[in-house]
Design a protein around this ligand. Structure first.
Ligand code: PRX
Length: 645
């Protein structure tokens, strides 16, 4: 573990909103007097009717989480309209296309007009407050218009990442009973086309129940249009006005659903609401990235993930920021792309994922060094633990030893950043997410839930609510309670392991449940297993994660075939293709081991601990195998392991 410490640069201590003394004082107040603290910071957004109540949360019993519950507001109003007086001509979104010759700038006034048009298109199709709209889009400005249009009229958006398959999309359409879909003809990433509209057609064939599909023309590729159901966005936009009133939304009215993987079952619809979410997203964006007027801010996430929701769109726009939206990938057309975009648009703050950093690090320093990056001031990391080597490379080569790195720990469920450095306040230790944000009370517990003090390792819980917290699992509140509040009663359990050092810094060590984190994308092992056993030649499957140089974790599948089916290289490829098609490319197994049997206890439970060790090529100490029904299977598993060092 690297023990290097990077002090706060003098220039940062001067410029930043928050220095260390201020952090200490504000943090203490946020814990001692949450109602007073959040009553004050709740004022950072505009309320049509001011709230009189602040915090009303209970982690016990039925679990009820309410913030600013009698306030009335609108997220689109806060992200657009309230800025028009002073910022109508300021750039809200810089869009950089997949092809380096394509980019455009959208001002706040233009954003207003486009969002109103999209909102009117939805209204004409009878989309009303509370209705669910599924958004399946490439990274183009219309994705932002679509999300904000929903927020404007009070519809609940469910953005599905464009890399998910038709089946995964169908499952998400069905779960939230969405009758309207916004998509594009095709996406474009790294020069390759993604057949979004065709995927939507296939998904609807399965899910049914969709009345309207609005299609944005991106590539001009041929698509089929159903004359009754489908409409081109540019044609629909021609016949509506650029004015649309903002719906009055209660602070606790839903804003969006975002599906995410857990350790069991199908993906859950994480439900976020309006007021608390926006206060928290905008406040974390301002302080963690120390956003000042005039800064150019770039988060490389996709809007299909929560990072795109909170830190491309809602947080930055609520703060009147200029946010960059990138359609492409880090290595197209060359490994210099990120750094060229930084120079082209004079980006000051750059926020990306460790997997991208590690991949670019492998390409060497030269693609970075040939760019200037003089505009850069701050770097950020999110999505998975960043190993100290990648941290140091990011700091030294990308940031030229002068830009602090904010390693931000959070989750789809948390809505915004919970553990993070603040650049003007926090000394950095490579690999540590450092200290809690205001109002966040982390606790490390042992397996029985006993709180551990001082420098310790254990499981990470949060003991009290913050405004950006998810409120429920859409349509299944019981599952919300079971998943997050039953393991350690009365506490929110994150699913992450964590160490706290002698300085009180937090080091996230990764998931302790059956969730794997592949290139910063969450995947439930159970989901991949169910997909594999759908294949006619597969009798049983067990999936675990293993350390992967670039992706952080790779997917390792143990597969038992049906009687009489012979393992082969072709079958291996067929199974990988099957999972890609069934769930999406991000779920494709990296390794498949055919195994005649799986290590099970006498009661039939698969011993994953053993499978993980074998996948890691660490089978010297498999622990106690005496409880196995058939200990001999272990020898076969070890002999045929796919990750021999
Ligand atoms: O394991 C943690 C890891 O990503 C999980 C959350 O994934 P997701 O809901 O997809 O959200 C990702 C973007 C917020 C967490 O449970 N994780 C996220 N950020 C970090 C991290 N692990 C270590 N360090 C981080 N900075």
């Amino acid at each position: 573990m690297s023990e290097a410490v990077h002090e706060v640069p003098a220039a940062w201590a001067k410029r930043a909103y928050i220095d260390d003394a201020k952090y200490q004082a504000m943090y203490q107040r946020s814990i001692d007097d949450p109602n007073g603290f959040w009553a004050e910071h709740g004022q950072r957004i505009h309320w049509m009717t001011p709230f009189t109540k602040v915090k009303n949360t209970d982690y016990n019993g039925d679990v009820s989480i309410k913030w600013f519950e009698d306030g009335v507001t609108n997220v689109a109003y806060n992200c657009i309209d309230r800025h028009l007086k002073n910022r109508a001509d300021q750039v809200a979104i810089i869009w950089e296309g997949d092809d380096p010759s394509e980019s455009k700038k959208i001002t706040y006034q233009e954003l207003h007009d486009e969002v109103c048009r999209m909102a009117n298109i939805l209204r004409l199709r009878n989309v009303e407050k509370g209705d669910r709209v599924t958004i399946y889009m490439p990274m183009i400005p219309e994705a932002a218009y679509a999300m904000l249009a929903c927020a404007r009229i009070g519809a609940i958006h469910s953005v599905v990442f464009g890399g998910f398959s038709p089946d995964s999309l169908a499952q998400r359409i069905t779960d939230c009973e969405s009758k309207c879909i916004i998509t594009a003809d095709e996406g474009l990433r790294g020069g390759r086309k993604v057949p979004l509209k065709a995927n939507v057609d296939a998904a609807i064939a399965k899910s049914g129940g969709v009345d309207h599909v609005i299609v944005v023309r991106r590539t001009g590729g041929a698509v089929e249009m159903d004359p009754v159901r489908d409409v081109w966005y540019h044609e629909a936009a021609d016949v509506v006005t650029a004015e649309c009133p903002c719906a009055e939304m209660n602070a606790e009215d839903p804003l969006f659903i975002l599906y995410t993987s857990g350790s069991t079952g199908k993906p859950k619809g994480v439900l976020h609401t309006t007021g608390g979410y926006l206060v928290f997203a905008s406040m974390t964006h301002q302080y963690v990235f120390d956003y000042h007027d005039g800064d150019i801010y770039w988060c490389t996430a996709d809007v299909g993930w929560v990072t795109g929701h909170s830190y491309i769109l809602y947080g930055p726009l609520a703060n009147g920021a200029t946010t960059l939206m990138f359609e492409g990938v880090p290595n197209y057309p060359t490994n210099s792309r990120f750094w060229e975009v930084i120079d082209k648009h004079k980006v000051n703050t750059f926020y990306t994922a460790p997997t991208a950093i590690r991949a670019l690090m492998q390409a060497g320093d030269e693609p970075v060094k040939k760019t200037s990056r003089a505009s850069l001031r701050l770097l950020g990391s999110v999505g998975e633990p960043i190993n100290p080597e990648a941290w140091e490379w990011y700091y030294r080569v990308v940031g030229d030893n002068r830009c602090p790195i904010v390693d931000t720990w959070w989750q789809t469920e948390t809505g915004g950043i919970l553990i993070t450095p603040l650049p003007g306040a926090t000394k950095l230790k490579p690999g540590s997410a450092t200290r809690p944000f205001f109002g966040v009370k982390p606790q490390i517990v042992d397996a029985e839930g006993k709180p551990l003090e001082g420098a310790v390792s254990g499981n990470l819980c949060i003991t009290d609510s913050w405004p950006g917290q998810m409120r429920s699992v859409y349509g299944d509140h019981q599952r919300f309670i079971e998943t997050y509040f039953k393991t350690y009663p009365g506490k929110y359990f994150t699913g992450d392991g964590c160490r706290r050092d002698e300085d009180g810094y937090y080091w996230i060590t990764g998931r302790v449940d059956d969730v794997i984190n592949v290139s910063g994308h969450r995947m439930g092992t159970a989901e991949v297993e169910s997909s594999l056993v759908l294949h006619e030649k597969v009798s049983e499957a067990a999936v675990v994660g293993y350390p992967h140089d670039i992706k952080g974790q790779g997917i390792y599948a143990y597969v038992t075939l049906m009687n009489g089916v012979e393992p082969s290289e072709e079958l291996r490829k067929e199974l990988v293709a099957h999972v890609r098609k069934d769930i999406g490319p991000i779920a494709a197994p990296d390794k498949i081991q055919f195994s005649p049997g799986l290590p099970k206890t006498r009661s039939g439970k698969i011993m994953r601990r053993i499978l993980r060790k074998i996948a890691e090529d660490d089978f010297g100490n498999l622990g106690d195998t005496s409880t196995l029904a058939d200990p001999a299977v272990v020898d076969d598993l070890v002999n045929n392991r796919q990750n021999k060092k």
